[in-house]
Design a protein around this ligand. Structure first.
Ligand SMILES: [Zn+2]
Length: 791
């Protein structure tokens, strides 16, 4: 475990980069201050007569944590006669510290200083004082806040601090990590995040500023022109005029008719039209009239931003600007500049924010953002395994924007939007990018990160990155080690090895591109990596077996690897057999899946907006219950060389009244799906999940039973069994068997062989009754199971 002493305080005196340094000096006479002695204190916490809400919170938090540390009660008062901890920039504090330029602290800057026999914890308004308290508790009293439900408070009845003199303003005025921790306001504030913003932290606003419903019919020329070849040189988009037109048609027929005629699409604006820019500006001014009076603190931002996509105008004028300026961003910056000029007299502290994103990534050659324009760079389409400082052209764009923009913010991504839980080994990439943003003079940032409670080391990332946002000169490895030791205890050494293993794995063979939409780890994780990772987690669990809380945290961290085992089970098993290597994957994937489904761990979501139950359901189709008797032809096969699809994995295209799961003693597991009648829609099907892709022999086990007076006379087709594939959108029948009536009436189950096929995602197996009579002519078609034998 980490030891903690007062030696650490000096770190605070050296960690400040020089350009942030407002004032700092080593106090020459280092004299110790005894805040508490053997559980008793002489100090009172003194707040302003009328403190801001966050300053009152600061005093309460300070009292609470000092008591937790020392057991002494620190009273909160408006004034005091004995020694004092001043909390907030009160009049007394301002007199005590005449050298402090309070305005220069902005909203978040802090002052921590010992003066005479007193201690001052204060800062800019409105968050600075609270951040001064948390910084003091963290850096000088040893507290750590790991996550919303885990903290470290070192108990020491006697608390002595040396002379302190810290004045610090963080470089980033906006510091937001959007993640599962974001919703916990108290924890976010402890992490010194600026969560209580008065403006939106950034979105796509053009459809609100220039709403097509209001303007398109009268002014189609205010919107993007789309020739057939508008996107022909852009391999990153699938947009065509036709596809966009289709979108318009589904929304508004009148717009569709105009779009068809004019080739104007009401998605992006044509910013070469002065009236369009003017109208956008009018909307901004209307917004300001409404919002500005409610904004008390900077930054104050109105966003003038493009849609989330690569749609852009390709009229002759816009094309000419792009050619001259080398970037579509010129049009947006010009628009933002015009609006910024219109508002600057009336709203001198408001910034007009615009994006540098997708097709506006590159800065313009000659257009320069006005002094009250904010450029928000968003780094979506890149390798997320590398920091921005290692990527071209992102690194150059950052440097170029930094030269011309008075206000530069970044919007970054530290997650996998397809999968939150599985390994996404860019653990320290964000920290390195934060450092690069700091060096480039970026003054605000947002990171879109992992949601979901079991996401890949989301708490460690949050801890490291919030600390780095506060001070980009810190060492991310040191922060991570501190977190791992604090949060995982004796499991830390193994988890550190695991994290390093994942990093090295991604970087092997010259490095792999890490997409923020990655669906599989196949490109970079081998069977050996999986075995090594599993062993490290086994060791980690053994190391903390004595502690239920720590064990739980390690089990939750292990889920990512378990999901990889499940999703790549057959591939890795086959690899281990082929190469004669160990296979440390789950012995019983079905049991593991059941354990996941019991939701011991609060997963919440496994990808954006998708509940964990959806994942478990999907994977149950891959690892069905082995409750049925093994078919004769599978008796000699190894486990997972055959697969059983039982009735609970069937989907019905159907009315539950006439299709049901019934008890059936003849069925392999005592249950079957019964279809009554012969309607075309009366079918059951099962879709092959992606993880079962491969070469399989397909068998369907079914029977038909006829009843009634005409039972013996039935002729013709009784049942169809189909295998279909849907490459692209076209459904193809691959194999079809029809079963005639006399052959199977009242028979026992028969096994129908559909042959050997390369099954993939989109392959569907159907069973459909097709009797000649109406309802009741035959009492039903029973489907016991579908099974697959690996070939
Ligand atoms: Zn245009």
């Amino acid at each position: 475990m980490m030891s903690f002493g007062f030696m650490n305080f000096k770190r605070c005196l050296v960690f400040l980069p020089s350009f942030l340094l407002i004032h700092i000096s080593l106090v020459e006479e280092l004299s110790a201050m005894v805040l508490a002695d053997k559980g008793q204190t002489q100090f009172a916490i003194v707040v302003d007569d009328a403190p801001l809400p966050l300053e009152q919170t600061a005093a309460e938090e300070l009292g609470k944590y000092l008591e937790k540390i020392t057991s002494a009660k620190f009273p909160i008062q408006k004034q005091a006669t004995g020694p004092v901890i001043h909390v907030g920039p009160t009049r007394a504090v301002q007199q005590l510290l005449p050298d402090v330029d309070w305005a220069a602290l902005g909203t978040d800057g802090i002052v921590i200083r010992t003066v005479g026999g007193d201690l001052v914890l204060a800062g800019g308004r409105h968050r600075g004082t609270l951040f001064a308290v948390y910084t003091f508790l963290q850096d000088f009293a040893g507290c750590r806040w790991w996550s919303g439900d885990a903290e470290r408070v070192p108990e020491q009845a006697t608390l002595v601090i040396d002379a302190l003199d810290v004045i610090y303003r963080p470089q980033f005025d906006q510091r937001v990590i959007s993640s599962s921790q974001y919703g916990n306001r108290v924890f976010s504030l402890k992490s010194r995040q600026t969560i209580d913003l008065e403006y939106s932290f950034g979105d796509h606003t053009i459809d609100k500023l220039l709403p097509p419903d209001k303007h398109f019919i009268e002014h189609p020329d205010w919107y993007m022109y789309a020739p057939d070849n508008a996107f022909q040189n852009d391999p990153t988009t699938q947009y065509t005029f036709a596809s966009m037109l289709g979108g318009v048609k589904s929304r508004n027929l009148q717009h569709y008719e105009i779009a068809q005629r004019t080739r104007r699409i009401p998605m992006a604006p044509c910013l070469s039209v002065p009236e369009a820019r003017r109208t956008i500006g009018d909307a901004v001014i209307a917004q300001l009239a409404e919002k500005y009076p409610t904004w008390k603190y900077p930054p104050k931002v109105v966003w003038v931003t493009q849609w989330d996509g690569r749609q852009k105008c390709s009229c002759a004028k816009c094309i000419a600007v792009r050619a001259t300026e080398g970037s579509h961003a010129a049009l947006w910056v010009t628009t933002a500049n015009e609006i910024a000029e219109r508002i600057e007299d009336k709203y001198p502290d408001v910034l007009i924010g615009t994006l540098s994103y997708l097709h506006t990534k590159a800065p313009p050659r000659t257009v320069v953002p006005r002094k009250n324009v904010l450029i928000y760079m968003a780094f979506l389409d890149r390798d997320h395994g590398k920091p921005v400082s290692d990527l071209v052209p992102q690194r150059d764009h950052l440097a170029q924007w930094s030269k011309i923009a008075s206000h530069l913010w970044t919007w970054d991504y530290n997650t996998n939007f397809r999968q939150f839980v599985k390994p996404h080994p860019n653990y320290f990439v964000q920290a390195q990018s934060i450092r690069a943003y700091g060096q480039a003079g970026v003054s605000g940032m947002l990171v879109q990160s992992f949601h979901g409670d079991a996401s890949d080391f989301t708490r460690m990332r949050y801890y490291v990155n919030t600390q780095m946002m506060w001070d980009p000169t810190l060492d991310e490895q040191q922060l991570a080690n501190e977190f791992l030791e604090g949060y995982y205890g004796d499991a830390a050494p193994f988890l550190r090895k695991y994290i390093n293993l994942m990093k090295q794995t991604l970087q092997r063979d010259g490095g792999h591109f890490l997409s923020c939409y990655a669906t599989t780890t196949r490109a970079w994780m081998t069977l050996d990596d999986m075995n090594n990772a599993t062993q490290l987690f086994n060791h980690a669990l053994e190391a903390v077996a004595y502690d239920e809380t720590l064990s739980f945290r390690v089990r939750r961290a292990r889920l990512g690897i378990e999901m990889v085992w499940l999703e790549r089970f057959r591939e890795l098993l086959a690899e281990s057999r082929r190469a004669g290597k160990p296979f440390l994957g789950p012995e019983d994937p079905y049991a593991l899946l059941n354990q996941m489904g019991r939701d011991e761990i609060a997963w919440q979501t496994y990808r954006p907006w998708r509940p964990m139950s959806e994942y478990v359901k999907k994977m149950r189709a891959v690892f069905p219950s082995r409750s049925g008797k093994t078919p004769g032809i599978c008796q000699e096969l190894e486990a997972y060389d055959w697969e059983d699809v039982q009735e609970h994995l069937f989907e019905s295209v159907l009315d539950p009244k006439i299709v049901s799961v019934v008890d059936d003693s003849k069925a392999s597991n005592g249950k079957a799906v019964r279809l009554v009648g012969r309607l075309k829609s009366l079918q059951v099907r099962t879709e092959i999940p992606a993880q079962l892709a491969g070469r399989w022999q397909v068998y369907v086990v079914a029977r038909v039973q006829a009843l009634g007076t005409r039972a013996g006379d039935q002729t013709g087709v009784a049942m169809g069994v189909d295998l279909r594939d849907s490459p692209g959108d076209a459904v193809q029948e691959v194999q079809s068997i029809t079963v005639d009536f006399p052959a199977i009436v009242d028979s026992d189950y028969a096994t129908y062989d559909l042959g050997v096929h390369d099954l993939g995602h989109g392959s569907v197996i159907w069973v459909k009754p097709n009797g000649p009579g109406a309802y009741g002519d035959h009492a039903g078609t029973w489907v016991d199971r579908i099974f697959l034998v690996a070939k």
